[in-house]
Ligand binder design. Structure first.
Ligand SMILES: [Zn+2]
Length: 436
């Protein structure tokens, strides 16, 4: 029996990078609140992280010189001049993907490595499929409404700081002229083995490679090491890592990638407070301009799961624009891996269980089944378009731990994953639930 990639609580990995990669916002009525909150969060983030916050209240001053002139002029006759307000040349219907790589090795023998030849072929495939590789800063600028990006765009990221990113991937990326981002966790710089040195990072910085933050220790941010105060430790992982990179390299860090893609409400909030403009998970998806900044999904490319790259390449027929309220609501919901996520404690006794099967490849829609311990098969709904499977409990769950088992057929084979969550009346209520 095959397992779903990286979602199961029981999957043993050489390096448990994607063992539990759900990225979920805690919320009593999760799907609905996320949808409502996503645009707000984006707005909040822009306000929080941008020096131009004071301009937000008077957008005309910036976006419409004509209106500005008219307002400043004492003679209303000026308004008669046929000066149409220019529309900003921003393609709000563009869509993007973010790819996440780790190591590049000739004989990849774990899920984090990929053969250089395969990587090279993937870089070529991006070109062949008219997918434009753009720098992280362009993606951020587009989301702020400051510049446009091509209709099918891709950001490439390489995690952790392995030397093969420097000596194998970089030359190939140069060959294609592709910009990319290195997500570095600071404890792994210059420690020997497969790690990079500060000098190598400086060299990459000087060549225009984007370097961003991936914590200090690369631990799952939901749990402090034994004996350490959670908030103090978390603060260091989120703030100190940024300081170290900024001070060593003299750069401005803008974005953050959660180790293993996992986080909780405290992590998410603190990272936004720390001034990161975007937070990245490892849940791959095609995204639009409204995709929530606090959980942008990346496709984790591993040689053991070639379907993931294929899924990333597929922007859909005619590049179906991801615009409009319905599409963005779907994106918000689709950015969840499982909900509640593995090992999560929730206070809501009537939760909606959700999982996204988008990276699974061709799921046979009628084959999707959800089971819950103590309930057996539940009538979960599967939407082949969004690849979301969901089930809303109609009765209250008694406080205890539940196991969810999902199965489906992919290319004729049955695959299965499972995860646990705990209903716990002492679990803190999610902020978003109160807001919604
Ligand atoms: Zn990592």
């Amino acid at each position: 029996m095959l397992l779903f990639r990286g979602r199961g609580s029981f999957r043993a990995g050489y390096y448990p990078h994607f063992q539990n990669s759900p990225s979920v916002i805690f919320s009593a009525k999760p799907g609905m609140d996320r949808r409502l909150l996503a645009p707000l969060l984006v707005l909040l983030l822009i306000c929080g992280g941008c020096k131009k916050a004071q301009n937000l209240g008077k957008p005309d001053a910036k976006s419409s010189p004509a209106a500005n002139k008219a307002a400043a002029s004492p003679t209303p006759a000026v308004a008669a001049a046929p000066t149409p307000t220019p529309m900003p040349a921003i393609d709000r219907n563009a869509r993007f993907i973010v790819l996440c790589y780790h190591r590049f090795e000739d004989k990849p023998h774990d899920s984090l490595a990929i053969a250089p030849t395969e990587f090279h072929a993937q870089m070529q495939a991006l070109k062949d499929n008219d997918i434009a590789v753009i720098p992280m800063k362009d993606l951020l600028a587009w989301r702020r409404g400051e510049k446009s990006i091509p209709p099918k765009s891709c950001v490439i990221s390489i995690d952790d700081g392995y030397i093969s990113g420097y000596n194998v991937a970089w030359p190939m990326l140069k060959e294609f002229g592709y910009p990319f981002t290195m997500f570095i966790y600071t404890n792994y710089v210059e420690v020997g083995g497969k790690s990079m040195t500060w000098a190598q990072l400086e060299e990459m910085r000087d060549a225009g490679v984007d370097i961003e933050c991936h914590t200090v220790s690369h631990r799952d941010l939901r749990h402090a090491p034994a004996g350490q105060d959670y908030n103090t430790w978390l603060h260091s992982e989120i703030y100190t890592s940024k300081d170290i990179l900024e001070q060593h390299l003299g750069i401005k860090i803008s974005v953050f990638a959660f180790p293993y893609g996992t986080f909780n409400e405290t992590v998410r909030k603190m990272a936004l407070e720390a001034g990161y403009e975007a937070l990245f998970t490892v849940y791959g998806q095609h995204m639009g301009i409204d995709a929530p900044a606090d959980q942008l999904g990346r496709y984790a490319i591993e040689s053991t799961h070639p379907d993931v790259f294929k899924a990333a390449l597929n922007f859909g027929a005619n590049g179906e624009p991801a615009s409009g309220p319905i599409a963005s609501a779907q994106l918000a919901a689709a950015s969840m891996v499982t909900q509640p996520m593995n090992d999560e404690h929730i206070s809501d006794s009537k939760p909606t269980i959700k999982a996204n099967l988008a990276t699974m490849g061709e799921v046979e829609p009628t084959s999707v089944e959800m089971r819950v311990s103590g309930f057996g098969l539940v009538p979960a709904k599967y939407d082949p378009q969004t690849k979301l499977v969901s089930y809303e409990f109609t009765q209250r769950l008694v406080p205890k731990t539940y196991t969810v088992i999902l199965s489906a057929k992919v290319n004729g084979k049955k695959v299965e994953t499972k995860w646990n969550f705990t209903v716990d009346s002492n679990a803190p209520m999610a902020k978003s639930a109160a807001a919604g």
